[in-house]
Ligand binder design. Structure first.
Ligand SMILES: CCCCCCCCCCCCCCCC(=O)SCCNC(=O)CCNC(=O)[C@H](O)C(C)(C)COP(=O)(O)OP(=O)(O)OC[C@H]1O[C@@H](n2cnc3c(N)ncnc32)[C@H](O)[C@@H]1OP(=O)(O)O
Length: 153
């Protein structure tokens, strides 16, 4: 199987949601598929909000990181960069449509809906057993040299 973008481009990073090197992180894995990226994530019991259902903040982190990588990968392709652009989250919002079951594999899809310069808008959805349980949208910005995140991935 092809490597996840996080493992291929940023194996040393420690982001709570997507850093492969954070021993306490979620270790999400994003893969290009169709016109966006997909991520499959199986929660653990300590990610629950109530028994059998996922905590809303964890859902937010899944979207935050996966949409961030969607923006970073989009900019890499658009601008012919050697690696994903160093993007940070400027804003994002999540709609929790129904409780998300936590004891199964979940699918998160994301795609770019608008891009201008360094700013990329992304939309995402979380699917459990074929049902969309949450949606999200966000704005991600590629940072310039001098930003605290520059060169830290
Ligand atoms: C080997 C290499 C491997 C590389 C591998 C890379 C992997 C890449 C994936 C990483 C994945 C990590 C995932 C971590 C996810 C976090 O946790 S990131 C941490 C949380 N986020 C932050 O700390 C960001 C804090 N905010 C900031 O630093 C700054 O406000 C920002 C977002 C960089 C923007 O500041 P700026 O660069 O000065 O940009 P600015 O000129 O003000 O705005 C640029 C554009 O964005 C728009 N914008 C700015 N802020 C906002 C906002 N809040 N809402 C809407 N639009 C906004 C502006 O309107 C402007 O739009 P245009 O006028 O150009 O159309």
């Amino acid at each position: 199987m092809e490597q996840a973008l996080q493992d291929k481009f940023a194996p040393e990073t420690r982001c709570f949601g997507c850093g492969p090197s954070n021993p306490k992180g979620l270790h999400i894995k994003s893969f290009p598929e169709g016109d966006g990226l997909v991520c499959r994530f199986t929660p653990e019991e300590h990610h629950e909000g109530f028994p059998g259902f996922l905590n809303g903040g964890i859902i937010g982190t899944l979207f935050d990181c996966h949409m961030n990588w969607t923006a970073a990968y989009f900019l890499m392709k658009r601008d012919n960069l050697p690696s994903p652009a160093p993007t940070v989250t400027a804003e994002f919002s999540v709609q929790l449509l129904k409780p998300t079951p936590s004891r199964q594999e979940l699918l998160i899809r994301a795609r770019v809906v608008e891009a201008q310069g360094r700013r990329v808008k992304v939309e995402g959805e979380l699917v459990a057993s074929g049902e969309v349980t949450a949606r999200a949208s966000g704005t991600f910005v590629a940072v310039k040299q001098g930003h605290p995140a520059w060169g830290r991935w």
